[in-house]
Design a binder for this molecule. Structure first.
Ligand SMILES: Cc1cc2nc3c(=O)[nH]c(=O)nc-3n(C[C@H](O)[C@H](O)[C@H](O)COP(=O)(O)OP(=O)(O)OC[C@H]3O[C@@H](n4cnc5c(N)ncnc54)[C@H](O)[C@@H]3O)c2cc1C
Length: 461
């Protein structure tokens, strides 16, 4: 696809569409929007625009489409697969100024938001009303970026991922047309589900300018446990047992010993340095949760758990959960001279113990710092390979380890990406994962974005 480089006239005309302080070609702004949190190579846009309304986005896209200028959306830049890197330059639309809560309808469990709001800011506002938006990627992330990547988190095993919480979307298409889709009703069987087409499309089909999200009520009672096992495989088998038992965990997180060690170092948690499951259950009463814990204990004992610490105090639970959330940031702090290559695959839960055993074996033999952890309840696993991107040998190791784990996941009817998206790094697996339906994805892309201006170089090979 041929794209136009921005000349003086383009710059002037684009600048006139917004206030002067919301258009920049400054070096530091271009650099700030040239890389996400991944190991992928940086690539600068030619200009950054901070829109404040759907109408502005519409006008900019109409212009960009006419002149064949690439446009890439930008939330918080926390992606791990190069998803928002403007690899073909052009414009970046940074949504940080479209960050308002437009209306909270607490009785309907719904909120209307602009795309640039951080999910944690949103949850802070909702907490006072006894509500929350469950997907929690842990990093600083915006609702627009979460919708585009179909982000998940520690609570997905119970509450689903972002796609399960989007009721309505306003999207600006490549030609500048703004369309609204969805309904405020909690269910519908009317027409094609366009929302699900845009969720997870990484800004390659349209730009989200408003969303209505479905919320959950904060649970009445919590219970949490930390359980250690002699091997990650045994922990993986316990995960399978808990999910199969229908106990409905709210979190079921796996941490290999190196992750526990790092969390101990950073937060002084005093946890045993062993393969660990951190689990949380939500329920109506303490009695119900005590019964649940008893069954969970039995399952973990069957898999030979070495220690079972149930009924953690609220403060201790919050401390552990916070540490788990911050694990990604700890990795970066602990290896300041390295970039994170965060492998992310997911498999059916029956395949989880085998996958986790392979991931552990590969990471131990990698010869570079590597950490295995995952949202185990969703069959999702991450291997964070900490690499020096300028070191050719290390990059080869990263590619090899990553490729073996993805291949294994695909051979088990899993996916090459459970939550980080395709971005740049997983495009090479699209054909093997999707077969002939990939051709239909390409047709949808050319229908909605015939000039290919929206986030080019992503998702499709
Ligand atoms: C430490 C760490 C831990 C993480 N843990 C998790 C995790 O547990 N689960 C998980 O799912 N992810 C995780 N991530 C990845 C990341 O946080 C998520 O993918 C998140 O959804 C990205 O949001 P963002 O606002 O940073 O989006 P960005 O990275 O800025 O952009 C993401 C994509 O959205 C597009 N985009 C942005 N705004 C719009 C818009 N308005 N319309 C259309 N497209 C748009 C961009 O072009 C890009 O393709 C983690 C990242 C880090 C750094």
């Amino acid at each position: 696809m041929e794209f136009t480089r921005l000349n003086e006239t383009h710059m002037k005309e684009l600048k006139s569409m917004v206030t002067p302080d919301r258009f920049s070609t400054g070096e530091s702004n271009l650099d700030l929007h040239s890389r996400d949190q991944s190991h992928h190579e940086a690539s600068r846009p030619e200009a950054v625009i901070w829109p404040v309304s759907g109408d502005e986005v519409s006008e900019i896209l109409k212009y960009a489409n006419k002149h064949h200028i690439p446009v890439t959306g930008w939330g918080a830049g926390s992606s791990l697969e190069g998803n928002p890197i403007p690899v073909r330059a052009g414009l970046v639309l940074d949504f940080s100024q479209m960050n308002h809560i437009l209306s909270i309808r607490e009785e309907d469990f719904q909120v209307d938001v602009e795309p640039g709001i951080d999910y944690r800011t949103l949850n802070e506002a909702l907490r006072h009303k006894g509500l929350f938006f469950p997907p929690d990627p842990g990093a600083s992330a915006t609702i627009g970026g979460m919708i585009a990547n179909n982000a998940s988190g520690t609570k997905t095993v119970r509450y689903g991922s972002t796609k399960d919480h989007v009721l309505r979307l306003s999207v600006v298409l490549a030609n500048g047309e703004m369309i609204e889709m969805g309904t405020r009703a909690s269910k519908t069987s009317s027409g094609y589900d366009l929302i699900q087409l845009f969720v997870g499309s990484e800004g390659t089909l349209g730009v989200v300018v408003q969303a209505t999200l479905h919320l959950m009520g904060l649970p009445e009672e919590f219970s949490a446990a930390v359980v250690t096992f002699p091997s990650v495989e045994a922990a993986g088998k316990a995960v399978f047992g808990i999910i199969r038992s229908g106990l409905d965990p709210a979190s079921l997180e796996l941490l290999a010993p190196e992750c526990v060690d790092l969390m101990n170092q950073e937060k002084d948690l005093g946890l045993d340095v062993s393969p660990t499951l951190f689990m949380e259950f939500h329920g109506p009463t303490k009695t119900h949760l005590a019964d649940v814990m008893e069954i969970v204990h039995e399952i973990c004992q069957e898999e030979g758990c070495s220690e079972f610490r149930p009924a953690l105090e609220r403060e201790r639970r919050d401390e552990l959960l916070k540490a788990r959330h911050e694990l990604g940031e700890m990795l970066m702090r602990h290896h300041p001279d390295r970039l994170v290559m965060a492998m992310d695959v997911a498999v059916p839960i029956t395949a989880y113990p085998e996958l986790i055993a392979l991931a552990r074996k590969e990471s131990v033999s990698a010869g570079i710092p590597a950490y295995v952890f995952g949202h185990a309840g969703d069959g999702n696993i991450h291997v964070a390979l900490m690499c020096k991107s300028e070191d050719q040998k290390e990059m080869e190791i990263v590619d090899r380890v990553s490729h073996r784990i993805v291949e294994k996941a695909l051979s088990m009817d899993g996916t090459a990406t459970g939550e980080h998206g395709v971005g740049i790094g997983k495009r090479k697996y699209m054909e093997i994962e999707h077969g002939r339906s990939l051709e239909w994805m390409k047709k949808i892309k050319s229908l909605l974005d015939p000039n290919g201006i929206l986030n080019p170089g992503k998702v499709l090979p």
